[in-house]
Design a protein around this ligand. Structure first.
Ligand SMILES: Nc1nc2c(ncn2[C@@H]2O[C@H](COP(=O)(O)OP(=O)(O)OP(=O)(O)O)[C@@H](O)[C@H]2O)c(=O)[nH]1
Ligand SMILES: [Mg+2]
Length: 201
């Protein structure tokens, strides 16, 4: 267990109205506003948490999903540790647009290796019974587009909201661990590569 607190930046992306701000506000302030205003640009809130013995400060960046705010949100993608691709289960179009959000993020975050990057997909508003997207469809999309974890949430009912942000942290830690392992595998052993008879200076 590491004693140091890790600062992680997670970013919420998805169509306007899917509930990104509501998820962030539910998670950080435990409040829900049924008449929330559209976000303009970006906003962020922090919350400290502990996941599997690691202390983490989660910096949650909430972006404006409406197309007209694209130039205001995209400069903030760089440096994100995890991206939460969000749609609303009662809005088919928001699900169809997931691929565009994924592409927009990869492009503006300037990801070196998009296949390694931790995305998590959230199907929000599961409290609404008139669904336009089934769980199976969403799971299939996640498998086919990068094998991402999928969680169904409700900011209104506080369903799976903590779980969703904790999953984001787990995904980041898992990638970090993988990188550490692969770096260990590439560590140069200075002793064994030192040829007898060679001299320096
Ligand atoms: N029933 C239900 N309504 C929700 C839920 N989450 C958000 N809403 C409502 O959906 C509307 C839009 O929510 P926001 O959180 O503002 O959506 P957003 O994704 O931040 O939208 P932009 O800021 O425009 O990108 C608001 O009226 C919320 O009250 C949910 O889980 N269930
Ligand atoms: Mg918003």
């Amino acid at each position: 267990m590491s004693g140091k607190s890790l600062l992680l930046k997670v970013i919420l992306l998805g169509d306007g109205g899917v509930g990104k701000s509501s998820l962030m506000n539910r998670y950080v302030t435990n409040k829900f506003d049924s008449q929330a205003f559209h976000t303009i640009g970006v906003e962020f809130l922090n919350r400290d948490l502990e996941v599997d013995g690691r202390f983490v400060t989660l910096q949650i960046w909430d972006t404006a999903g409406q197309e007209r705010f694209k130039s205001l949100r995209t400069p903030f993608y760089r440096g994100a540790d995890c991206c939460l691709l969000t749609f609303s289960v009662d809005d088919r179009q928001s699900f169809e647009n997931l691929g565009n959000w994924q592409k927009e993020f990869i492009y503006y975050a300037d990801l070196k290796d998009p296949h390694q990057f931790p995305f998590v997909v959230l199907g929000n508003k599961v409290d609404i019974s008139e669904r336009q997207v089934t769980t199976e469809e969403a799971e299939t999309w996640c498998i086919e587009n990068g094998n991402y974890p999928y969680l169904e949430t409700s900011a209104k009912d506080d369903t799976n909201v903590d779980v969703a942000f904790e999953e984001a942290v787990r995904q980041v830690l898992a990638v970090e661990e993988q990188l550490e392992h692969s770096m260990l595998g590439h560590t140069i052993d200075l002793h064994s590569s030192h040829k007898s008879g060679s001299s320096c200076c």
